[in-house]
Design a protein around this ligand. Structure first.
Ligand SMILES: Nc1ncnc2c1ncn2[C@@H]1O[C@H](COP(=O)(O)OP(=O)(O)O)[C@@H](O)[C@H]1O
Ligand SMILES: [Mg+2]
Length: 367
């Protein structure tokens, strides 16, 4: 029999760790009629938090929710297309053609079918029809009896659209009272400028919520009890070792726990945990060497130096440059800037860090 791995890498309400306060806060913002900007570094759990909040809201039947992933939407037509597709399928699943006629009057819309027969909406809009299409969709949602929530995930993508997307969206969003929004994305300059730039349409339009790591004790308890619930045991030392290795970052913790659970028959001890983690790092070696090979010598030295210190407050400090055999402060800062732009390292409130925790461990181990 194939056993189910409870440490999944997609949202599973049955094995979701904590985020109680954040789920409540998001829900309260909605209840109070406030839009929310949710941001954090990548892979800490924003998408999962939104899905968890939506799952609860849908279960309580108090709200109707739409999760819109903008990762692959590179222009306004894509965004409107995804939204229209979701609205259509939620309210007109019995008769999509009829739905298109009533929701998208005067719009060039058709259904396409994937090889497995799944229908999806395809829109052909010219720029003048953005407003009228959005107006029809939002008018419909505005008239629902229950409140409606739309989450735009990876919302920073909108900043790069060729159209005046922010202004168009903002104009519609401002007029809605039954429809509330969650804007989510990774902490970076694009998102910050959208909401903090005084001249931008979304300036101060949402309550800001920054997602942090899950509390270490709560995560530890979650790992132990999840093993137990599924007929296995994990030694407390092994749990501590995992959380130390992953620095309690959600994605990395889930991934390591997934591997540890899979490789355990009944009882996981610390030695085997070390072994599983080493094997995993080893399996990523070629990818990481490839990343390194794409960097200049100065960038390589810089990222290795940051990995070894784990957190570097002042990367231009003489002591740091000397100890790591780095070039002049100006060349080093240039390398740092490139690494930051490539999102290989990132700046936190306390200093610079390597973005990918496993890459950091790899650099620590091999250099
Ligand atoms: N509270 C949680 N409990 C268990 N797994 C989680 C939790 N939050 C996130 N995850 C998992 O961690 C990974 C990263 O989360 P994700 O929501 O995709 O992060 P983000 O959207 O911030 O990049 C995903 O595999 C997700 O399923
Ligand atoms: Mg996400």
């Amino acid at each position: 029999m194939k056993e189910i791995n409870p440490f999944s890498l997609t949202y599973n309400p049955e094995y979701f760790c904590d985020r109680e306060a954040q789920t409540t806060q998001l829900t309260n913002n909605l209840a109070n009629g406030l839009n929310t900007l949710l941001h954090s570094p990548r892979r800490l759990g924003k998408t999962a938090l939104i899905l968890n909040t939506f799952n609860r809201l849908e279960q309580s039947k108090t709200c109707e929710t739409f999760y819109i992933d903008l990762f692959a939407a590179s222009k306004m037509q894509d965004l409107i297309g995804i939204l229209a597709d979701k609205v259509l399928k939620k309210y007109h699943s019995q008769n999509l053609m009829q739905g298109i006629k009533s929701l998208l009057k005067g719009i060039n819309a058709s259904l396409t079918f994937s090889p497995d027969g799944t229908p999806s909406l395809s829109l052909n809009l010219n720029e003048k029809q953005f407003d009228s299409t959005l107006a029809q969709l939002f008018d419909f949602l505005e008239s629902r009896k229950n409140p409606v929530v739309i989450a735009f995930d990876e919302f920073q993508e909108v900043a790069g659209y060729p159209e005046k997307a922010e202004a168009i969206l903002r104009t519609h969003i401002q007029q809605l009272s039954n429809v509330k929004f969650i804007f989510s994305g990774s902490t970076n300059h694009l998102l910050q400028e959208m909401f903090l730039g005084a001249k931008r349409p979304f300036y101060q339009s949402a309550e800001v919520m920054v997602l942090d790591k899950i509390d270490r004790n709560i995560y530890s308890e979650f790992i132990t009890s999840t093993f137990l619930k599924n007929g296995k045991k994990i030694n407390p030392e092994a749990v501590e070792y995992i959380l130390g290795f992953t620095d309690v970052y959600t994605y990395y913790t889930q991934l390591i726990c997934n591997q540890c659970f899979y490789n355990t028959d009944l009882n996981l001890e610390i030695d085997q945990t070390r072994q599983i983690i080493n094997n995993y790092l080893e399996s990523r070696k070629i990818d990481y060497l490839n990343i390194l090979n794409m960097l200049s010598e100065n960038q390589k030295k810089m990222v290795i130096a940051i990995a070894k210190d784990r957190l570097v407050e002042k990367p231009s400090a003489m002591e740091f440059l000397h100890r790591n055999n780095l070039p002049s402060a100006s060349s080093s800062l240039q390398a740092l800037k490139t690494l930051n732009d490539k999102e290989i390292i990132h700046k936190t409130i306390t200093g610079y860090k390597v973005y990918d925790v496993f890459f950091e461990r790899f650099l620590e181990k091999y250099f």
